[in-house]
Design a protein around this ligand. Structure first.
Ligand code: XMP
Ligand code: MG
Length: 185
């Protein structure tokens, strides 16, 4: 879906489909360079990372096996708590494997730092993170992120896999959601 079909739901388009594509291609070249021996297992975090995974995996010029996890990052309430529950676990055994976590966005960083440690504790050879977006001013914990598409301001964004109440994931671009859409909550 194009932003023009969303009326005044969005305030600003931060990154267009084309910008996202170009940046992902740059990241793919870095990733290819960083794994010269064996391609990493790509681990996508459902559901937001679906678009990033689809585009990154096809951009990579090596075998790109994909696996998926679903986690709930929030405990009670709407604030990220660092309490993470696995809703769907990996199919693959990652013992001795290089793992590249593919994410849509890092906000507080609590989910990703938990996930990275969790995968390391299963005996992965290495665990790196690739995220399309990051909100550096929202970080609450240090997370070592190897590949970042774009740093963005602390605003609620949707599109390219990111949702508000499950909507807007199929918007091609990344855009700031207009407050009137969620202020009625
Ligand atoms: P952390 O633990 O880094 O949580 O705070 C990251 C997760 O929070 C969600 N998230 C967003 N989803 N627009 C969204 O649609 C946003 O601006 C946004 N910020 C955080 C998302 O699920 C991410 O995986
Ligand atoms: Mg997510």
């Amino acid at each position: 879906m194009d932003a023009k079909h969303l009326g005044d739901d969005l305030t600003v388009v931060l990154h267009t489909e084309e910008e996202l594509r170009v940046r992902l291609a740059e990241l793919a070249r870095e990733i290819e360079r960083d794994y010269p021996e064996e391609p990493p297992l790509l681990v996508g975090v459902l559901k937001g990372a679906v678009m990033v995974m689809a585009d990154l995996a096809r951009e990579l010029n090596f075998h790109a096996q994909m696996d998926w996890m679903a986690v709930s990052s929030y405990g009670v309430g709407t604030k990220s708590s660092g309490v993470v529950k696995i809703l769907k676990d990996l199919d693959a055994d990652i013992t001795g494997r290089d793992v590249l976590i593919v994410e849509d966005i890092i906000d507080s960083g609590l989910t990703l730092s938990w996930l990275k440690e969790n995968l390391e504790s299963r005996g992965a050879k290495s665990v790196r993170i690739c995220t399309m977006l990051r909100k550096p001013e929202a970080l609450k914990v240090e997370v070592d992120v190897a590949y970042v598409g774009f740093d963005i301001p602390v605003e609620f964004v949707v599109g390219y896999g990111l949702d508000y109440a499950e909507d807007y994931r199929n918007l091609r671009d990344v855009a700031i959601l207009a407050p009137h859409v969620y202020s009625g909550e």
